[in-house]
Design a protein around this ligand. Structure first.
Ligand code: NAD
Length: 451
């Protein structure tokens, strides 16, 4: 069933027509429930396993759902009340793990889906953690740094007892970053009276963060793309790439893929999409410098160093003539409406949930090799796990150690999923869920969670 989202008004000087259009599209009546999509992916895999209906019920639904009101004094003296969520989907294999998203379109359905995917993502890469996710409905582009700080601290304080190194360990997600994690850490440590870095990951290096965490998601995406091109007899050197979203995951993926010789043909962010007019492709560093000065890619087509033209519709990037497509923005971007026009041979899901189940079916029919989100973008949570381990040991590894550990986790996970896809004759998404569901179910049974 399609669900319509409640509309969050956005006001202020930075309001942008294009952004408004994107929001309108996301609110449209046919925007499907992301959690329903996630359950559909689960069902596609579960039918290959011998699970009872009780096991399925136990593993599908979230263990705990929390909603809080967050009254914040804004810089103008007024009080504004925000809404925040935390969902702990499953803790059979370890403490809940998952980011906190600050975005105007956050809603409970989305947070439930994202926490669900975290359970299976941790299981696919074999790290001993469960699934969680959080979100706050807010528009950080409209907020000052001090308003963000008050909101972050209030969010964490409001749920202080559900967080903890052995309970639930948040991390950054869309519009949250190491600074927000530092505020979370400080709020928790002040309340508990102990310095507790392991309560949150994705922290700044100075506060017990890990080497390699900032680029971990993109590094993991790159490792899985390297595995895929190898299996498909392609080469990354010279392959063309389009990347939707140019934040942490997308921009770092652009830098790393270019480092392997790939040509970055098109990029986009919330301000629009841009296609290269230079056969050598877009230089990600030029795009990053542009963002540093302008906050977004707005006006990138007028930047003489960029050598790009702007798409009339940013979503044209998704159907660009490229070898590899990397959705690195939000959910439900490739749907039954545009999946048939996708020309890429590989889709690497850096974002969570960018393809709907209807799109999956079309892409599979057209022979597109899809690296599913719960495998493709698991590098972030894997290095978060390594950060948590280092915090608990009080001993810190260098960047090379992290790089090699991450590569081992990602390569092993890719192989397990690829073999399962061959064995069960299913696509990579269903194979990833089969691997993960088996691991979660076994852990739950051994713990006696069905008792
Ligand atoms: P981010 O906030 O750093 O960047 C998001 C980017 O997407 C921005 O460039 C934004 O302008 C762009 N964007 C937003 N809406 C868009 C639209 N409609 N069209 C085009 N671009 C749009 O966030 P991030 O951390 O890079 O996360 C991106 C995705 O990757 C999310 O789905 C997130 O859940 C997933 N992910 C991130 C991590 C991580 O470690 N950062 C880990 C796993 C998964």
């Amino acid at each position: 069933m399609a669900e319509k989202r409640a509309k969050t008004p956005i006001s202020g000087a930075r309001q942008d027509k294009q952004y408004e259009n994107i929001l309108e599209e996301m609110h449209s009546a046919d925007r499907k429930s992301v959690f329903q999509n996630a359950l559909q992916q689960f069902d596609d895999a579960a039918q290959h396993l011998n699970l009872s209906s009780d096991q399925i019920a136990m593993i599908q639904q979230p263990r705990r759902v929390i909603e809080v009101k967050l009254p914040i004094r804004m810089d103008d003296g007024n009080i504004k009340v925000f809404k925040g969520y935390r969902v702990q989907h499953n803790i059979a294999r370890g403490p809940a793990k998952g980011g906190v998203r600050f975005h105007p379109q956050v809603d409970l359905d989305e947070v439930k889906a994202l926490s669900f995917w975290m359970t299976f993502k941790c299981a696919v890469v074999g790290i001993p953690m469960g699934g969680g996710k959080g979100g706050v409905i807010c528009d950080p582009s409209e907020m000052s740094q001090s308003e963000m700080e008050r909101l972050a601290r209030r969010y964490f304080a409001e749920m202080i007892d559900i967080f903890g190194p052995d309970r639930d360990v948040p991390a950054p997600d869309v519009n949250t970053n190491p600074q927000v994690m530092a505020w979370f850490l400080d709020t928790y440590s002040m309340h508990k009276g102990d310095y507790t870095p392991a309560v949150v990951t994705g922290k700044p290096l100075e506060l017990g963060g890990s080497e390699g965490r900032v680029t971990a998601t993109a590094q993991g995406v790159t490792f899985t793309i390297l595995q895929a091109v190898d299996r498909l007899g392609m080469k990354l050197d010279g392959a063309t790439v389009a990347i939707q979203g140019f934040g942490n995951a997308g921009s770092n993926a652009a830098v790393l893929l270019k480092g392997h010789g790939a040509v970055i043909k098109a990029i986009s962010d919330v301000s629009g999409g841009f296609v290269s007019t230079d056969p050598a492709g877009i230089d990600p560093q030029v795009a990053l410098d542009h963002i540093k000065q302008n906050r977004t890619l707005k006006g990138f087509e007028n930047n003489p160093a960029a050598k790009v033209s702007k798409y009339n519709n940013a979503n044209d990037l998704l159907t660009e003539e490229v070898d590899i497509l990397v959705p690195a923005a939000l959910e439900n971007q490739i749907t039954e409406k545009n999946a048939g026009q996708v020309k890429a041979k590989i889709i690497a899901e850096a974002a969570n949930g960018p393809c709907t189940p209807e799109a999956d079916a079309i892409l599979a029919k057209n022979g597109v090799f899809l690296i599913p989100d719960i495998l493709c973008n698991a590098g972030g949570v894997t290095v978060s796990y390594l950060e948590w381990v280092q915090n608990r040991m009080g001993y810190y590894w260098d960047a090379e150690h992290i790089f090699m550990d991450l590569k081992r986790y990602m390569d092993n996970a890719f192989s397990a999923v690829y073999q399962t896809s061959t064995k069960f004759e299913v696509n990579m998404r269903t194979a990833a869920f089969i691997v993960a569901i088996e691991r979660v179910t076994r852990a739950a049974e051994m713990r006696g969670l069905y008792a």
